[in-house]
Design a protein around this ligand. Sequence first.
Ligand code: AHM
Ligand code: MG
Length: 342
Amino acid sequence: MTQRISLTRYLIEKQRGSQGASGQGTIPPQLRLLLEVVARACKSISLAVTKGALGGVLGAAESENVQGEIQKKLDIIANEVLIEANEWGGHLAAMASEEMEGIYTVPNRYPQGEYLLMFDPLDGSSNIDVNVSIGTIFSVLLKDPEGPTVSEQDFLQAGSRQVAAGYCIYGPQTTLVLTVGDGVAMFTLDREQGSFVLTQENVRVPEDTQEFAVNMSNMRHWAPPVKRYIDECLEGKEGPRGKDFNMRWIASMVADVHRILTRGGIFMYPWDKREPGKPGKLRLMYEANPMGWLIEQAGGVASTGTERILDIQPTQLHQRVSVVLGSKNEVERVVRYHAEHT
Ligand code: AHM
Ligand code: MG
């Protein structure tokens, strides 16, 4: 029987480096600890999600988050699980979340580490109550070692400076997908053993695809290059693309991105003209950056339509961004249509 590699072993081997005990590791011990803790928190969230109505966790809470969205009970539970799991280990300086307005600094009673953790504790909230896949997205940065105390400013780093990123999807299986900058690996939760087991390494997104993911009900609000791209897909074999396209839209970015990492595709939540001040719906720091890095690490492309997502210098913790990501040749086509339009 082939040996099963647990997430713990995978991370320890990454820490040691490919040369064994004497080699230079790809991740320092504190980052390994952090990722183990995030994975443990995801296991708890997965359990709560699985219980559903039996656990009394469905439905709305009586509160709104910073973006004015009604919080679901599970949004709040997942946020608390991640904070409680991560605050005492000594590996973090602070955390930030879709569900909290400001940053959460590690309390004084615990040692402070050098990492910053950002997360969307439960992405795809509209799917919670209808038993469709949802997930936790996370992104890890390093704090400026010179800064005496940690502030929101420390978080405002471009996505290209992430040191780890990933998501955990709660679907028919619970799967943790991770990058530390040397490819993408997937770990499936073995519920009997209680551990994540490596089930795929060196994940690659096919360069071409015939599948797009976009919320078509927003079509009338899109910019002309996005409209042109989708119109051409819809024309199928008879149109300029000369092939038929299929469409999927799960309304859970984790599930849509997971499908793209698995079999290719293009995902778009582009800029639209509904809310002029907002460049898109999705959040840069804890949705677009980690997903964008995973896609790039798997050979895909992540763009706003006009620039690489990972190059954006953030100015706000909760800033929004236009997102076009997935199979290289399709995303590059959308970027080209934007360039041709200006
Ligand atoms: P959320 O973080 O509040 O759950 O919102 C993000 C989600 C994404 O997962 C998904 O791609 C998108 O919102 C779906 O939006 P829409 O309902 O407009 O199609
Ligand atoms: Mg989200």
